[in-house]
Design a protein around this ligand. Structure first.
Ligand SMILES: C[S@@+](CC[C@H](N)C(=O)[O-])C[C@H]1O[C@@H](n2cnc3c(N)ncnc32)[C@H](O)[C@@H]1O
Length: 445
Protein backbone atom coordinates (compact mmCIF):
# COMPACT_ATOMS: atom_id res chain seq x y z
CA UNK A 1 0.00 0.00 0.00
CA UNK A 2 1.16 3.52 -0.67
CA UNK A 3 -0.42 6.80 0.36
CA UNK A 4 -0.84 9.78 -1.99
CA UNK A 5 -1.91 13.14 -0.60
CA UNK A 6 -3.88 16.02 -2.06
CA UNK A 7 -4.30 14.39 -5.50
CA UNK A 8 -5.45 16.23 -8.63
CA UNK A 9 -7.77 14.65 -11.19
CA UNK A 10 -8.36 14.90 -14.91
CA UNK A 11 -11.85 15.08 -16.44
CA UNK A 12 -12.33 11.31 -16.17
CA UNK A 13 -11.54 11.45 -12.43
CA UNK A 14 -8.21 9.67 -12.82
CA UNK A 15 -5.23 10.82 -10.82
CA UNK A 16 -1.76 10.26 -12.20
CA UNK A 17 0.78 8.65 -9.86
CA UNK A 18 4.43 7.97 -10.52
CA UNK A 19 6.01 4.87 -9.05
CA UNK A 20 9.53 3.70 -9.88
CA UNK A 21 9.71 5.90 -12.96
CA UNK A 22 6.40 4.64 -14.30
CA UNK A 23 3.11 6.57 -14.58
CA UNK A 24 -0.19 4.95 -13.54
CA UNK A 25 -3.76 6.21 -13.60
CA UNK A 26 -5.86 5.65 -10.49
CA UNK A 27 -9.59 5.76 -11.27
CA UNK A 28 -12.52 7.08 -9.22
CA UNK A 29 -10.70 9.89 -7.41
CA UNK A 30 -11.80 13.43 -6.64
CA UNK A 31 -9.74 16.60 -6.33
CA UNK A 32 -7.59 17.15 -3.21
CA UNK A 33 -8.27 13.72 -1.72
CA UNK A 34 -5.70 11.65 0.20
CA UNK A 35 -5.81 8.10 -1.12
CA UNK A 36 -4.36 4.71 -0.33
CA UNK A 37 -3.27 2.79 -3.41
CA UNK A 38 -2.95 -0.99 -3.57
CA UNK A 39 0.41 -1.65 -5.25
CA UNK A 40 0.24 -5.46 -5.17
CA UNK A 41 -1.80 -6.22 -8.32
CA UNK A 42 -0.75 -6.06 -11.98
CA UNK A 43 -1.55 -2.32 -11.88
CA UNK A 44 -1.92 -0.05 -8.83
CA UNK A 45 -5.59 0.54 -7.91
CA UNK A 46 -7.49 2.72 -5.45
CA UNK A 47 -7.73 0.81 -2.17
CA UNK A 48 -9.28 3.42 0.14
CA UNK A 49 -9.91 7.14 0.31
CA UNK A 50 -8.29 8.42 3.51
CA UNK A 51 -9.41 12.03 3.30
CA UNK A 52 -12.44 12.41 1.03
CA UNK A 53 -13.54 15.41 -0.98
CA UNK A 54 -16.81 16.66 0.64
CA UNK A 55 -18.59 15.97 -2.67
CA UNK A 56 -17.73 12.27 -2.63
CA UNK A 57 -20.91 10.23 -2.54
CA UNK A 58 -20.50 6.60 -1.53
CA UNK A 59 -24.13 5.54 -1.42
CA UNK A 60 -24.30 4.90 -5.15
CA UNK A 61 -23.83 1.68 -7.00
CA UNK A 62 -22.49 -1.58 -5.58
CA UNK A 63 -20.76 -2.41 -8.88
CA UNK A 64 -19.17 1.05 -9.14
CA UNK A 65 -15.51 0.13 -9.07
CA UNK A 66 -15.75 -2.97 -11.22
CA UNK A 67 -18.35 -2.48 -13.93
CA UNK A 68 -16.86 0.72 -15.36
CA UNK A 69 -20.11 1.91 -16.95
CA UNK A 70 -20.50 4.94 -14.68
CA UNK A 71 -17.32 6.95 -14.27
CA UNK A 72 -19.07 9.63 -12.15
CA UNK A 73 -21.08 7.54 -9.69
CA UNK A 74 -18.74 8.44 -6.80
CA UNK A 75 -19.67 12.14 -6.65
CA UNK A 76 -22.79 14.15 -5.87
CA UNK A 77 -24.79 15.24 -8.89
CA UNK A 78 -24.12 18.92 -8.03
CA UNK A 79 -20.38 18.26 -8.24
CA UNK A 80 -20.85 16.35 -11.51
CA UNK A 81 -22.68 19.30 -13.08
CA UNK A 82 -19.88 21.72 -12.12
CA UNK A 83 -17.23 19.24 -13.27
CA UNK A 84 -18.87 18.80 -16.69
CA UNK A 85 -19.51 22.53 -17.06
CA UNK A 86 -15.86 23.37 -16.26
CA UNK A 87 -14.62 20.76 -18.73
CA UNK A 88 -16.83 22.02 -21.56
CA UNK A 89 -15.72 25.60 -20.96
CA UNK A 90 -12.04 24.60 -20.95
CA UNK A 91 -12.44 22.55 -24.12
CA UNK A 92 -14.73 24.74 -26.19
CA UNK A 93 -14.65 28.36 -24.98
CA UNK A 94 -12.11 29.13 -27.74
CA UNK A 95 -15.03 28.93 -30.19
CA UNK A 96 -17.58 30.94 -28.22
CA UNK A 97 -17.82 32.71 -24.88
CA UNK A 98 -21.39 31.47 -24.75
CA UNK A 99 -20.94 27.98 -23.28
CA UNK A 100 -23.70 26.83 -20.93
CA UNK A 101 -24.86 23.56 -19.42
CA UNK A 102 -28.35 22.13 -18.89
CA UNK A 103 -28.41 19.54 -16.07
CA UNK A 104 -30.83 16.63 -15.92
CA UNK A 105 -33.78 16.48 -13.54
CA UNK A 106 -33.45 12.67 -13.42
CA UNK A 107 -29.82 11.59 -12.86
CA UNK A 108 -30.76 7.93 -12.21
CA UNK A 109 -32.83 5.25 -14.00
CA UNK A 110 -33.07 7.32 -17.17
CA UNK A 111 -31.97 4.75 -19.77
CA UNK A 112 -34.71 3.37 -22.01
CA UNK A 113 -32.37 0.83 -23.61
CA UNK A 114 -30.27 -1.80 -21.96
CA UNK A 115 -28.12 -4.52 -23.41
CA UNK A 116 -26.38 -7.14 -21.31
CA UNK A 117 -24.33 -10.25 -21.97
CA UNK A 118 -25.12 -13.76 -20.72
CA UNK A 119 -23.06 -16.35 -18.93
CA UNK A 120 -23.47 -19.16 -16.35
CA UNK A 121 -23.02 -18.26 -12.70
CA UNK A 122 -20.86 -20.56 -10.53
CA UNK A 123 -24.06 -22.40 -9.54
CA UNK A 124 -25.02 -22.80 -13.24
CA UNK A 125 -27.77 -20.18 -13.15
CA UNK A 126 -28.23 -18.04 -16.27
CA UNK A 127 -27.06 -14.53 -15.34
CA UNK A 128 -26.21 -11.40 -17.28
CA UNK A 129 -24.13 -8.29 -16.83
CA UNK A 130 -21.59 -5.91 -18.32
CA UNK A 131 -17.97 -6.46 -19.17
CA UNK A 132 -15.53 -5.10 -16.60
CA UNK A 133 -13.89 -1.98 -17.97
CA UNK A 134 -11.24 -2.83 -20.57
CA UNK A 135 -11.70 -6.60 -20.22
CA UNK A 136 -13.88 -9.52 -21.23
CA UNK A 137 -14.66 -10.46 -17.62
CA UNK A 138 -18.39 -10.22 -17.00
CA UNK A 139 -19.70 -8.39 -13.93
CA UNK A 140 -23.12 -9.76 -13.07
CA UNK A 141 -25.42 -6.78 -12.49
CA UNK A 142 -28.85 -7.18 -10.91
CA UNK A 143 -29.72 -3.56 -10.28
CA UNK A 144 -28.19 -1.03 -12.65
CA UNK A 145 -28.86 2.49 -11.39
CA UNK A 146 -28.97 3.92 -14.90
CA UNK A 147 -31.37 1.44 -16.45
CA UNK A 148 -35.09 1.85 -15.98
CA UNK A 149 -36.37 0.05 -12.87
CA UNK A 150 -38.81 -1.82 -15.14
CA UNK A 151 -35.93 -3.24 -17.18
CA UNK A 152 -33.97 -4.26 -14.05
CA UNK A 153 -36.94 -6.14 -12.59
CA UNK A 154 -37.89 -7.68 -15.90
CA UNK A 155 -34.42 -9.02 -16.63
CA UNK A 156 -34.28 -10.80 -13.25
CA UNK A 157 -37.60 -12.51 -14.03
CA UNK A 158 -36.47 -13.41 -17.55
CA UNK A 159 -33.23 -14.91 -16.23
CA UNK A 160 -35.15 -17.13 -13.81
CA UNK A 161 -37.14 -18.47 -16.77
CA UNK A 162 -33.99 -19.01 -18.84
CA UNK A 163 -32.41 -20.94 -15.95
CA UNK A 164 -35.58 -23.00 -15.45
CA UNK A 165 -35.56 -24.07 -19.12
CA UNK A 166 -31.79 -24.59 -19.09
CA UNK A 167 -31.10 -22.19 -21.95
CA UNK A 168 -27.36 -22.33 -22.45
CA UNK A 169 -25.44 -19.02 -22.51
CA UNK A 170 -22.94 -18.67 -25.33
CA UNK A 171 -19.35 -19.30 -24.26
CA UNK A 172 -17.02 -16.95 -26.12
CA UNK A 173 -13.91 -19.04 -25.53
CA UNK A 174 -15.33 -22.49 -26.32
CA UNK A 175 -17.67 -21.08 -28.99
CA UNK A 176 -20.58 -23.20 -27.76
CA UNK A 177 -24.01 -22.31 -26.40
CA UNK A 178 -27.02 -20.37 -27.58
CA UNK A 179 -27.80 -17.17 -25.78
CA UNK A 180 -25.49 -14.18 -26.22
CA UNK A 181 -27.26 -11.02 -25.06
CA UNK A 182 -30.49 -9.50 -23.89
CA UNK A 183 -31.61 -6.16 -25.31
CA UNK A 184 -34.57 -4.39 -23.71
CA UNK A 185 -36.22 -1.16 -24.83
CA UNK A 186 -38.83 0.54 -22.68
CA UNK A 187 -41.31 3.19 -23.81
CA UNK A 188 -41.39 5.47 -20.75
CA UNK A 189 -44.55 7.22 -21.99
CA UNK A 190 -46.34 4.35 -23.73
CA UNK A 191 -45.28 1.64 -21.22
CA UNK A 192 -44.50 -0.69 -24.14
CA UNK A 193 -41.53 -3.02 -23.63
CA UNK A 194 -39.52 -4.91 -26.24
CA UNK A 195 -37.37 -7.88 -25.27
CA UNK A 196 -34.79 -9.05 -27.79
CA UNK A 197 -32.93 -12.30 -27.11
CA UNK A 198 -29.75 -12.42 -29.16
CA UNK A 199 -28.70 -15.94 -30.07
CA UNK A 200 -25.71 -17.42 -31.83
CA UNK A 201 -27.63 -18.29 -35.01
CA UNK A 202 -31.22 -19.42 -35.47
CA UNK A 203 -31.23 -22.55 -33.29
CA UNK A 204 -32.84 -21.85 -29.93
CA UNK A 205 -33.82 -25.08 -28.11
CA UNK A 206 -36.69 -24.43 -25.67
CA UNK A 207 -37.73 -21.27 -27.49
CA UNK A 208 -41.49 -21.85 -27.51
CA UNK A 209 -41.62 -22.65 -23.75
CA UNK A 210 -39.50 -19.58 -22.97
CA UNK A 211 -41.75 -17.32 -25.07
CA UNK A 212 -44.86 -18.79 -23.41
CA UNK A 213 -43.41 -18.02 -19.97
CA UNK A 214 -42.16 -14.55 -20.96
CA UNK A 215 -45.63 -13.60 -22.13
CA UNK A 216 -46.90 -14.18 -18.58
CA UNK A 217 -44.66 -11.32 -17.37
CA UNK A 218 -46.61 -8.09 -17.11
CA UNK A 219 -45.40 -5.30 -19.39
CA UNK A 220 -43.65 -7.15 -22.25
CA UNK A 221 -45.42 -6.14 -25.45
CA UNK A 222 -43.14 -7.75 -28.01
CA UNK A 223 -40.44 -10.45 -28.12
CA UNK A 224 -37.83 -10.77 -30.84
CA UNK A 225 -35.07 -13.31 -31.46
CA UNK A 226 -32.07 -11.70 -33.10
CA UNK A 227 -29.49 -13.90 -34.83
CA UNK A 228 -25.88 -12.87 -34.34
CA UNK A 229 -23.32 -15.56 -35.10
CA UNK A 230 -20.54 -13.02 -35.60
CA UNK A 231 -17.71 -12.75 -33.13
CA UNK A 232 -17.95 -9.01 -32.53
CA UNK A 233 -18.79 -6.55 -29.76
CA UNK A 234 -21.83 -5.39 -31.78
CA UNK A 235 -24.83 -6.78 -29.94
CA UNK A 236 -27.47 -7.06 -32.66
CA UNK A 237 -27.12 -9.01 -35.90
CA UNK A 238 -28.84 -8.01 -39.14
CA UNK A 239 -31.50 -10.76 -39.12
CA UNK A 240 -34.24 -11.43 -36.61
CA UNK A 241 -37.51 -13.27 -36.04
CA UNK A 242 -40.48 -11.74 -34.26
CA UNK A 243 -41.63 -14.26 -31.64
CA UNK A 244 -44.56 -12.26 -30.29
CA UNK A 245 -46.21 -8.87 -30.85
CA UNK A 246 -45.25 -6.22 -33.39
CA UNK A 247 -41.44 -6.43 -33.26
CA UNK A 248 -41.13 -2.76 -32.26
CA UNK A 249 -42.16 -0.36 -29.52
CA UNK A 250 -43.80 3.01 -29.79
CA UNK A 251 -42.66 5.98 -27.72
CA UNK A 252 -44.08 9.46 -27.34
CA UNK A 253 -41.87 12.55 -27.33
CA UNK A 254 -43.88 15.72 -26.80
CA UNK A 255 -46.96 15.42 -29.02
CA UNK A 256 -45.37 13.00 -31.47
CA UNK A 257 -45.44 9.20 -31.53
CA UNK A 258 -42.47 7.23 -32.82
CA UNK A 259 -41.95 3.67 -33.99
CA UNK A 260 -38.62 2.23 -32.84
CA UNK A 261 -37.35 -1.08 -34.23
CA UNK A 262 -34.58 -3.01 -32.47
CA UNK A 263 -31.83 -1.95 -34.90
CA UNK A 264 -32.80 1.72 -35.06
CA UNK A 265 -31.05 4.37 -32.98
CA UNK A 266 -33.15 6.23 -30.43
CA UNK A 267 -31.87 8.70 -27.82
CA UNK A 268 -31.33 6.60 -24.68
CA UNK A 269 -32.35 9.20 -22.08
CA UNK A 270 -36.13 9.33 -22.14
CA UNK A 271 -36.28 12.28 -19.75
CA UNK A 272 -33.86 14.36 -21.84
CA UNK A 273 -34.98 13.88 -25.47
CA UNK A 274 -37.56 16.67 -25.58
CA UNK A 275 -35.23 19.09 -23.81
CA UNK A 276 -32.39 18.31 -26.27
CA UNK A 277 -34.60 18.83 -29.32
CA UNK A 278 -36.18 21.99 -27.84
CA UNK A 279 -32.72 23.49 -27.28
CA UNK A 280 -31.58 22.51 -30.79
CA UNK A 281 -34.67 23.87 -32.53
CA UNK A 282 -34.77 27.07 -30.47
CA UNK A 283 -31.32 27.87 -31.87
CA UNK A 284 -32.12 26.95 -35.48
CA UNK A 285 -34.46 29.91 -36.22
CA UNK A 286 -36.21 27.96 -38.98
CA UNK A 287 -38.44 30.07 -41.27
CA UNK A 288 -41.55 28.80 -43.12
CA UNK A 289 -39.68 29.14 -46.44
CA UNK A 290 -36.65 27.09 -45.29
CA UNK A 291 -35.42 23.75 -46.56
CA UNK A 292 -33.83 21.91 -43.64
CA UNK A 293 -31.42 18.99 -43.82
CA UNK A 294 -31.53 16.62 -40.81
CA UNK A 295 -28.32 14.63 -41.29
CA UNK A 296 -27.81 11.37 -39.35
CA UNK A 297 -31.56 11.46 -38.67
CA UNK A 298 -32.20 8.05 -37.05
CA UNK A 299 -35.96 7.36 -36.93
CA UNK A 300 -36.70 10.92 -38.04
CA UNK A 301 -37.39 12.44 -34.63
CA UNK A 302 -35.67 15.81 -35.26
CA UNK A 303 -37.01 15.94 -38.83
CA UNK A 304 -40.55 15.58 -37.54
CA UNK A 305 -40.08 18.23 -34.84
CA UNK A 306 -38.47 20.60 -37.40
CA UNK A 307 -41.20 20.02 -40.00
CA UNK A 308 -43.63 22.19 -38.02
CA UNK A 309 -41.45 25.27 -38.74
CA UNK A 310 -40.03 24.55 -42.21
CA UNK A 311 -41.18 24.40 -45.81
CA UNK A 312 -39.51 21.01 -46.21
CA UNK A 313 -37.20 18.75 -44.19
CA UNK A 314 -34.93 16.11 -45.71
CA UNK A 315 -33.71 13.39 -43.34
CA UNK A 316 -30.69 11.30 -44.31
CA UNK A 317 -29.47 8.24 -42.46
CA UNK A 318 -27.37 5.19 -43.37
CA UNK A 319 -29.41 2.60 -41.42
CA UNK A 320 -32.26 1.25 -43.58
CA UNK A 321 -34.21 0.01 -40.54
CA UNK A 322 -34.19 3.51 -39.06
CA UNK A 323 -35.35 5.09 -42.34
CA UNK A 324 -38.17 2.53 -42.64
CA UNK A 325 -39.24 3.63 -39.13
CA UNK A 326 -38.81 7.32 -40.04
CA UNK A 327 -41.16 7.03 -43.02
CA UNK A 328 -43.81 5.38 -40.84
CA UNK A 329 -43.23 8.00 -38.15
CA UNK A 330 -43.96 10.79 -40.64
CA UNK A 331 -47.23 9.05 -41.58
CA UNK A 332 -48.26 8.37 -37.99
CA UNK A 333 -47.76 12.03 -37.13
CA UNK A 334 -49.46 13.31 -40.32
CA UNK A 335 -46.32 15.12 -41.47
CA UNK A 336 -46.23 15.54 -45.24
CA UNK A 337 -43.31 17.99 -45.69
CA UNK A 338 -40.51 15.53 -44.81
CA UNK A 339 -38.70 13.09 -47.04
CA UNK A 340 -36.14 10.51 -46.00
CA UNK A 341 -33.18 9.01 -47.79
CA UNK A 342 -31.11 5.93 -46.93
CA UNK A 343 -27.63 7.16 -47.65
CA UNK A 344 -24.28 7.99 -46.17
CA UNK A 345 -24.62 11.60 -45.00
CA UNK A 346 -21.37 12.68 -46.67
CA UNK A 347 -22.23 11.06 -50.00
CA UNK A 348 -25.71 12.61 -49.88
CA UNK A 349 -24.51 16.15 -49.12
CA UNK A 350 -21.69 15.99 -51.64
CA UNK A 351 -24.29 15.14 -54.32
CA UNK A 352 -26.48 18.02 -53.14
CA UNK A 353 -23.48 20.33 -53.42
CA UNK A 354 -22.79 19.14 -56.98
CA UNK A 355 -26.44 19.86 -57.84
CA UNK A 356 -26.23 23.22 -56.02
CA UNK A 357 -29.38 22.32 -54.06
CA UNK A 358 -30.99 24.93 -51.83
CA UNK A 359 -30.48 24.05 -48.16
CA UNK A 360 -31.10 26.84 -45.64
CA UNK A 361 -30.48 25.03 -42.36
CA UNK A 362 -28.37 21.95 -41.59
CA UNK A 363 -28.97 20.01 -38.40
CA UNK A 364 -26.47 17.22 -37.90
CA UNK A 365 -26.34 14.65 -35.12
CA UNK A 366 -23.55 12.22 -36.02
CA UNK A 367 -22.35 9.24 -33.97
CA UNK A 368 -19.43 9.59 -31.51
CA UNK A 369 -16.85 9.62 -34.32
CA UNK A 370 -18.29 12.94 -35.49
CA UNK A 371 -18.85 14.03 -39.08
CA UNK A 372 -16.39 14.08 -41.98
CA UNK A 373 -14.30 16.83 -43.53
CA UNK A 374 -16.05 16.17 -46.87
CA UNK A 375 -19.47 16.67 -45.26
CA UNK A 376 -18.35 19.94 -43.68
CA UNK A 377 -16.74 21.06 -46.93
CA UNK A 378 -20.04 20.40 -48.77
CA UNK A 379 -21.85 22.49 -46.10
CA UNK A 380 -19.34 25.27 -46.77
CA UNK A 381 -20.13 25.06 -50.50
CA UNK A 382 -23.93 25.20 -50.03
CA UNK A 383 -23.70 27.90 -47.33
CA UNK A 384 -26.81 27.16 -45.29
CA UNK A 385 -27.59 30.16 -43.09
CA UNK A 386 -27.41 28.16 -39.90
CA UNK A 387 -25.88 24.88 -38.74
CA UNK A 388 -26.99 23.11 -35.57
CA UNK A 389 -24.46 20.48 -34.58
CA UNK A 390 -25.73 18.00 -31.97
CA UNK A 391 -22.84 15.94 -30.66
CA UNK A 392 -22.42 13.18 -28.08
CA UNK A 393 -18.64 13.61 -28.08
CA UNK A 394 -17.13 17.04 -27.28
CA UNK A 395 -13.72 15.92 -28.59
CA UNK A 396 -14.92 15.19 -32.14
CA UNK A 397 -17.19 18.23 -31.91
CA UNK A 398 -14.12 20.38 -31.27
CA UNK A 399 -12.31 18.80 -34.22
CA UNK A 400 -15.30 19.45 -36.51
CA UNK A 401 -15.87 23.02 -35.26
CA UNK A 402 -12.34 23.86 -36.43
CA UNK A 403 -13.31 22.59 -39.91
CA UNK A 404 -16.57 24.57 -39.82
CA UNK A 405 -14.66 27.74 -38.91
CA UNK A 406 -12.50 27.18 -42.02
CA UNK A 407 -15.77 27.20 -44.00
CA UNK A 408 -16.65 30.61 -42.45
CA UNK A 409 -19.08 29.37 -39.81
CA UNK A 410 -19.01 31.19 -36.49
CA UNK A 411 -20.03 29.38 -33.31
CA UNK A 412 -22.68 31.50 -31.59
CA UNK A 413 -23.32 29.24 -28.61
CA UNK A 414 -22.60 25.80 -27.19
CA UNK A 415 -25.03 24.19 -24.78
CA UNK A 416 -24.08 21.04 -22.91
CA UNK A 417 -27.13 18.89 -22.21
CA UNK A 418 -26.73 16.20 -19.58
CA UNK A 419 -28.17 13.23 -21.44
CA UNK A 420 -25.80 10.82 -19.65
CA UNK A 421 -25.75 11.61 -15.89
CA UNK A 422 -23.32 9.60 -13.75
CA UNK A 423 -21.11 8.95 -16.77
CA UNK A 424 -18.35 11.00 -18.36
CA UNK A 425 -20.37 11.49 -21.54
CA UNK A 426 -21.88 14.84 -22.51
CA UNK A 427 -24.27 15.80 -25.28
CA UNK A 428 -23.74 19.26 -26.80
CA UNK A 429 -25.69 21.53 -29.11
CA UNK A 430 -23.48 23.95 -31.06
CA UNK A 431 -25.13 26.79 -32.97
CA UNK A 432 -23.20 28.09 -35.97
CA UNK A 433 -24.02 30.84 -38.46
CA UNK A 434 -22.55 31.54 -41.87
CA UNK A 435 -20.56 34.75 -41.70
CA UNK A 436 -18.83 35.38 -45.01
CA UNK A 437 -20.29 38.32 -46.93
CA UNK A 438 -18.57 37.74 -50.29
CA UNK A 439 -20.46 35.35 -52.56
CA UNK A 440 -17.81 35.54 -55.31
CA UNK A 441 -15.19 33.40 -53.65
CA UNK A 442 -14.23 30.52 -55.96
CA UNK A 443 -14.98 27.15 -54.44
CA UNK A 444 -15.23 23.59 -55.64
CA UNK A 445 -16.91 20.58 -54.06
C1 LIG B 1 -26.46 10.00 -32.60
S1 LIG B 1 -27.54 9.17 -33.68
C2 LIG B 1 -28.70 10.45 -34.02
C3 LIG B 1 -30.06 10.02 -34.48
C4 LIG B 1 -31.17 11.05 -34.42
N1 LIG B 1 -30.73 12.36 -34.82
C5 LIG B 1 -31.82 11.09 -33.06
O1 LIG B 1 -31.79 12.12 -32.38
O2 LIG B 1 -32.42 10.07 -32.68
C6 LIG B 1 -26.56 9.02 -35.11
C7 LIG B 1 -27.23 8.34 -36.28
O3 LIG B 1 -26.32 8.42 -37.38
C8 LIG B 1 -26.45 7.23 -38.16
N2 LIG B 1 -25.24 7.15 -38.98
C9 LIG B 1 -24.03 6.63 -38.64
N3 LIG B 1 -23.16 6.80 -39.64
C10 LIG B 1 -23.82 7.45 -40.63
C11 LIG B 1 -23.43 7.91 -41.93
N4 LIG B 1 -22.20 7.75 -42.38
N5 LIG B 1 -24.36 8.52 -42.68
C12 LIG B 1 -25.62 8.70 -42.23
N6 LIG B 1 -26.04 8.27 -41.01
C13 LIG B 1 -25.15 7.67 -40.22
C14 LIG B 1 -26.66 6.15 -37.12
O4 LIG B 1 -27.26 5.03 -37.70
C15 LIG B 1 -27.55 6.87 -36.10
O5 LIG B 1 -28.91 6.65 -36.39
Amino acid sequence: MKEFKNVRINYECDTLIRVENKNYQIHHCLDREDILVDMDGKYPTLFRVIKANPSRSEDGCVYQNICGGCQFMHMTYDYEILHKQKYLKQLLSGFSENVSFAPSEHPLHYRNKCQMTYQYSKSKKVVCGFYEEGSHRLVTVENCLLQSTEANELILKINRILSQYKIEPYDEQKKVGVLKHIFVRVGFQTKEIMVVLVTNGEIFPGRSQVVKELLKIKGITTIVQNFNARNTSIVLGERQKILSGSGFIREKVGDYLFKISPQSFFQINSFGIKKLYDIALSKAFIKPTDIVLDAYCGVGTISIFAAAYAKKVIGVEVNRHAIADARINARWNHISNVEFSVNDATRFLTEQAKNRSKIDIVILDPPREGSTSAFIHAVGFLKPRQVIYISCNPITLKRDLILFSQEHYKVQSITGVDMFPKTKHIECVAQLTYTEKSENKKKSV
